[in-house]
Design a protein around this ligand. Structure first.
Ligand SMILES: [Zn+2]
Ligand SMILES: [Zn+2]
Length: 245
């Protein structure tokens, strides 16, 4: 895994927003496409057209707002030679195109050849699906009120990676991630423990032993956590970090 971005929506402390490249046998996935993900990917010399799948946890801009830049890239700079699957919650497809048309109006005539290379897949909470080389499970997280936000569990190349997406604390996360080799867990807050739509560090620290995972890494870290990073005892992700699972 190569971590492109570990920041929150505010790009706290200048960190890039969510983006993770997962490479397994015959499969290259971009999990989350924040507005800074294409930039981070090019800095790290990854080829955007080499992706097989883009996985999106929910329809907040720091997680899917980078998709129009990828689509523009595929139109003019890096044409797709194979089908790219874009998987995520309901309304991802229409939301992506609406955002694209708003950001880059008037280029519809070129779109048809791109659309034929894209395959949008809806992931419902509780799903257990095989997409290419990946077995993928999704769980609904307490984060958005009306829209669905998801956590993921991916089995790829004999390894299991779990990802919280954005989520408030929920006991359901414990069995969902149990047995994973790697668990990437969001940790947006430190002292704002009253906010129930994101994780906070004291709660995660107090419950670390209850997560039955090989390695747990905090990500999507917010200003409060970064301001107090000397007090953080759990492993924290950094932009550009490479992890072999
Ligand atoms: Zn977020
Ligand atoms: Zn969010």
């Amino acid at each position: 895994m190569t971590i492109l971005g570990t920041g929150d929506a505010f790009a706290s402390h200048g960190r890039f927003q969510s983006g993770y490249i997962i490479e397994g046998p015959g499969c290259r996935i971009l999990m989350e496409a924040g507005p800074t993900s294409l930039c981070a990917m090019k800095r790290m010399d990854f080829k955007p057209a080499a992706l097989d799948m883009v996985l999106i946890s929910h329809l907040h801009g720091d997680h899917f707002g980078g998709l129009p830049f990828f689509l523009l890239e595929y139109l003019y700079e890096s044409p797709l030679r194979k089908t790219l699957t874009i998987a995520g919650p309901r309304r991802l497809e229409e939301s992506t195109w609406r955002l694209f048309r708003t950001m880059f109006p008037g280029i519809k005539p070129d779109l048809d050849r791109l659309v034929s290379k894209l395959r949008f897949v809806v992931l419902e909470p509780g799903c257990d699906v095989k997409i290419g080389q990946v077995r993928l499970r999704a769980m609904r997280t307490p984060h958005m009120k009306r829209n669905v936000s998801l956590a993921f569990r991916l089995a790829i190349g004999g390894k299991t990676i779990a990802f919280s997406g954005d989520s408030g604390w929920t006991e359901e996360m414990l069995p969902f991630v149990a047995g994973a080799d790697l668990f990437l867990c969001e940790c947006t807050y430190f002292e704002s423990t009253q906010l129930d739509f994101h994780m906070n560090y004291p709660k995660l620290d107090a419950n670390r032993a209850r997560f039955d995972v090989g390695r747990m890494i905090l990500t999507h870290v917010g200003r409060e956590v970064l301001d107090r990073d000397r007090e953080v005892k759990l492993e924290m992700a950094r932009d550009g970090m490479r992890i072999t699972v």
